[in-house]
Design a protein around this ligand. Structure first.
Ligand SMILES: Nc1ncnc2c1ncn2[C@@H]1O[C@H](COP(=O)(O)OP(=O)(O)OP(=O)(O)O)[C@@H](O)[C@H]1O
Ligand code: SF4
Ligand SMILES: [Mg+2]
Length: 314
């Protein structure tokens, strides 16, 4: 499979804080890559960096991003890529759908192709059908749809220009389990139908394993482990990934007390000098508090932990 997206050693932040540090990963054609991690670890910021939609006070300080041979950092015509080559689906569709316009109207607005109104309508009705919505949804307003239907409408909107890459930021978190699985299976099917790649953001590592080819585990703006989804889930190497998996509710028998990861996620204004996970890690050594571990390849995946490799210069 060809490489579609290549993120190389990206640092995002400003003089005061670094929100993303040394982020590198790749997405190949027709691949689903999940980014997992606790709230505030930088998952959404990673997606926003790819499409250069960062908050005003933050910028890409170093590194490179290649999308389909374009160097995104130097590229000044992002409007040609956003919503066209790269589609986006967000957690709460209700905040992105305009309550005053019908779904048909809103999807029509996002069509970039120069075609007649009739052709646009045909295209929209086809895509609504393909993602499991009735053609009538074309005439409906967002409030007339359930959360799952709104999310499907958002997916239709993001696919209307046939993107090569879909960024899905927790698209199922606000939905009940059955509706969420309907959406997940839909996303999986889209890969074969449209041949697109997906970056899927979630808190839930077991969902990530179900949906994706690769898992990226983030913590405090850094990637701590990344690799084949089954491998990372079944044989996690990083102490943080191991904790994420042992704390999953489905790993417990009825009545057994569920453990949580002790301690708190560090604040970006007060990050540990060394390994970001060091304050919560049971394997911590003295050097872990002083130096950041380098990414190292172990057992067919990448891990950032001194138990498997070296420290890098801070
Ligand atoms: N404009 C900003 N300036 C400085 N820091 C910011 C800014 N916006 C967000 N942050 C911080 O960046 C960090 C990463 O945020 P991000 O939204 O990527 O987290 P996330 O992993 O998507 O979390 P969640 O799971 O809650 O959506 C957060 O700790 C947040 O406080
Ligand atoms: S580098 Fe040290 S503190 Fe960090 S995860 Fe590894 S053992 Fe734990
Ligand atoms: Mg987020």
């Amino acid at each position: 499979m060809e490489k579609l997206l290549s993120v190389k050693k990206i640092v995002v932040g400003n003089q005061q804080v670094k929100i993303l540090r040394d982020i590198s990963f790749e997405v190949k054609e027709k691949e689903i890559v999940s980014i997992v991690g606790e709230s505030g670890c930088g998952k959404s910021m990673t997606l926003r960096t790819i499409i250069k939609l960062l908050p005003k006070n933050l910028e890409i300080l170093s590194g490179e991003i290649y999308f389909d041979r374009i160097e995104i950092r130097k590229y000044n015509e992002m409007e040609k890529i956003r919503g066209k080559e790269i589609g986006m689906v967000f957690q709460e569709p209700s905040s992105y759908l305009n309550p005053l316009f019908t779904i048909g109207n809103q999807i029509e607005e996002s069509i970039k192709e120069n075609i007649s109104k009739k052709e646009k309508k045909e295209k929209i009705v086809n895509i609504l059908k393909e993602i499991g919505l009735s053609p009538n949804v074309y005439y409906q307003y967002p409030h007339q749809l359930s959360g799952g239907m709104q999310q499907r409408a958002m997916i239709a909107m993001s696919l209307i220009n046939k993107p090569k890459l879909l960024l899905a930021d927790e698209p199922t978190t606000a939905l009940d389990v059955t509706t969420a699985f309907g959406i997940i299976n839909l996303l999986k099917n889209l890969i074969s139908k449209y041949g697109l790649s997906i970056i899927f953001v979630t808190h839930d590592i077991s969902l990530a394993r179900y949906i994706s080819d690769k898992i990226i585990v983030m913590y405090a703006g850094m990637i701590l482990e990344k690799g084949n989804a089954d491998l990372v889930y079944n044989k996690p190497l990083h102490p943080y990934t191991q904790k994420l998996i042992t704390c999953l509710p489905e790993k417990y028998k009825k009545g057994e007390k569920i453990r949580t990861i002790e301690g708190e996620v560090p604040s970006f204004k007060n990050l540990p000098i060394g390994c970001p996970f060091s304050p919560r890690c049971e394997y911590r050594q003295k050097l872990c508090e002083e130096k950041i571990p380098e990414e190292i390849e172990v057992d067919n995946r990448i891990v950032r932990c001194i138990r498997y490799g070296n420290f890098m210069e801070n």
